[in-house]
Write a protein of this length. Structure first.
Length: 269
């Protein structure tokens, strides 16, 4: 039985899909219980290897929440042919949504072509029964989503061309590092930067014309109220799926508000 695809079901119903980073199966189960739609599994800045990711995908599927895998890349370093190799392996272990921080058009064009391949858990569940190869291969390609994750100058330069790629179905704004690059490689992100929101407006218009699903993260807000305001702003701007940062970061923000009050109650200040 095919796992539930809560992320796509939520977006196709016209609602905004909400997700967070998560790094362990227990947090996956909790996030599903809380009613979140998707989990981002991060290989880029964590110790997650392919075996970890494979087990996280299984945990998500078992919990009824959609896994999105962010590949291990360095988009600020330039073109990387290894992306295509690692993408094939991610597809082989069951990843259907793959977020790619990219240096430009070439990496995404190649990834969209590689995404049409048929090797999906093929070494332990053969997906065909003789005459089904053509139809099943097309079905696999249709259910695979390459998500360009824009946060480098090269990605900005190729922004329009990437959105024009005929097989593109999803696109993601990395609001933290993208705002820094747009701000002249500033050290601090600026979620409210006018140049960032001009790019958002442009993407929303094109996405509606092309039926592309747009996603973004909230960047780093240091109170829960500010985080809520950012989620609402992204929703109102036209984003279809939103990442409310990481589960650990949300706990950190909550504890930054909670613990000082507890210490004051206990006379520990």
């Amino acid at each position: 039985m095919k796992p539930k695809n809560l992320l796509m079901e939520t977006m196709q119903s016209g609602r905004t899909a909400l997700g967070v980073w998560a790094n362990d199966p227990e947090t996956v189960e909790l996030c599903a219980h809380l009613g979140l739609d998707w989990i981002m599994i991060d290989m880029m800045f964590t110790g997650m290897d392919f075996r970890d990711v494979q087990n996280m995908i299984r945990a998500c599927e078992g919990s009824g929440i959609t896994p999105v895998v962010r590949m291990h890349t360095n988009p600020w370093h330039g073109y990387d042919a290894r992306i295509g190799v690692d993408l094939s392996r991610l597809q082989g272990i069951g990843a259907e949504y793959v977020l790619i921080s990219h240096s430009g058009l070439r990496e995404i064009a190649e990834a969209l072509e590689i995404a049409k391949d048929w090797h999906r858990r093929a070494l332990w569940v053969h997906p065909f029964s003789g005459s089904e190869w053509a139809a099943r291969t097309d079905e696999m390609a249709a259910s695979t989503y390459i998500i360009p994750h824009m946060e480098s100058q090269g990605a900005i330069d190729d922004f329009d061309d990437i959105l024009d790629l005929p097989d593109l179905k999803m696109f993601f704004f990395a609001m933290t590092d993208l705002s820094k690059v747009l701000g002249g490689n500033a050290k601090k992100p600026n979620f409210d930067a006018p140049e960032l929101w001009r790019m958002v407006d442009k993407a929303v218009r094109k996405a509606r014309e092309r039926d592309i699903m747009l996603g973004a993260n909230t960047s780093y807000a240091y109170t829960l109220d500010e985080m809520r305001q950012r989620v609402k702003r992204l929703h109102d701007a036209g984003f279809n799926f939103i990442m409310i940062q990481g589960a650990q970061f949300l706990l950190q923000v909550a504890m930054m508000e909670f613990l000082p009050r507890v210490r004051a109650d206990l006379g520990l200040d």
